[in-house]
Design a protein around this ligand. Structure first.
Ligand SMILES: [Zn+2]
Length: 192
């Protein structure tokens, strides 16, 4: 960063701390490496004005000129306002790619691609209206569980779900031929 003109020595440490706090980088032995999340953000902004490094170098120069009375602070402020509006516009037009979500077809109508959110998996077709809550008896179904349920009709054993009476239980979630879900309990091996 030193040679590219991003920030001053004092802000550089803060920048790195922010990258850590947002989980964009991690430490691997003596190196700082980008996380998956960090790379995703990079992919999203790399061709945008907001990631144009030469801009910040120019600002530093301009600020120095203002300090010495060789440039007008109001001009600079106007420029910054214009710039801010511009990058905001550009970012608002960016659609955040839904990465890592599988393309799954609705198990009921077999026509539509399911919408997957953190709360629900549902068919976009109102007539079909198939859905599955992601949280089942206190356990959040992973994408892997959802994929198993929809594509193979059954999840792996979901552990430590909690019934209304507070009792913990393990069960598979499966779909019948009408794509209705139900629990399948593991066969309990009793010692006799
Ligand atoms: Zn459907």
């Amino acid at each position: 960063m030193q040679n590219t003109g991003i920030g001053t020595a004092s802000t550089r440490a803060a920048v790195i701390e922010t990258l850590f706090a947002r989980n964009y980088i991690e430490r691997q032995k003596k190196h700082l490496v980008p996380t998956q999340k960090g790379l995703q953000v990079y992919e999203l902004v790399k061709n945008k004005k907001i990631s144009d490094v030469s801009m910040t170098a120019e600002w530093e120069e301009e600020l120095l000129k203002i300090e010495k009375g060789k440039a007008d602070a109001r001009d600079f402020q106007k420029k910054m306002e214009k710039y801010t509006a511009c990058i905001t516009d550009e970012l608002l037009q960016t659609s955040v790619a839904k990465t890592n979500l599988p393309y799954l077809f609705c198990p009921k109508c077999n026509k539509e691609q399911l919408i997957i959110t953190s709360k629900i998996v549902k068919c976009p077709n109102d007539v079909c209206s198939w859905f599955q809550f992601r949280n089942v008896c206190g356990v959040q179904l992973s994408i892997y569980d959802i994929e198993s349920l929809v594509s193979r009709g059954k999840t792996h054993l979901i552990k430590a779900m909690q019934s209304k009476t507070g009792k913990k239980f393990d069960a598979y979630i499966k779909l019948n031929n009408k794509a209705e879900s139900s629990f399948e309990f593991e066969k309990v091996q009793t010692k006799e």
